[in-house]
Design a protein around this ligand. Sequence first.
Ligand code: BEZ
Length: 211
Amino acid sequence: MALRLGDVVPNFTQDSSEGSIDFYSWAGDSWVVLFSHPADFTPVCTTELGTVAKLKPEFDKRNVKVLALSVDTADHHRDWIGDINETQSTNVNYPILADPDRSVSDLYDMIHPNANNTLTVRSVFIVDPNKKLRLTFTYPASTGRNFEEILRVIDSLQLTDSYGVATPADWKDGGDVVVVPSISTEDAQQRFPKGVTVVKPYLRTTPQPNK
Ligand code: BEZ
């Protein structure tokens, strides 16, 4: 069955471009972005993996490890990394899981047979330090993902885990947030000393509490 938000994600041990990875030990106390792509030596994937390498400092700042996956071998990945570094002017600085036996792809339901029988689609899993699944989405092979959006979601998850707030449409770090419905306006005024704006009784905003 497909993984659902809040599920504890399954552990696995699999080879990668940087050697064998036991997922739980490798993740440790970090957040993880696990993302699959259809195949090595393909154009969209090359740009995606280069983009993630350039954004690695942003993931590091947020205590997030990144882990790519496709059904190619570790040797194949290592050859391709040379091309990614050359063409994207970067240095791939995170592992790519090698899943030729599809064990991880099947475990995480990354092969969607009506899209392609053998290759992984563009799945993303954000996993928190308790190994719980906090976000998943799936893009088709023809559409490269927006990794700034993945960072934005991580900012939202980390903020909303710590404060009684949620983030509105198109929120970015530093923007106003909304007070969750379970907090009364009276309590919100105590909790958020920067002020609470009551637009409607159910729609209340406050400046981002940790800024
Ligand atoms: C790509 O990464 O460019 C790609 C991979 C599979 C199908 C279509 C595009």
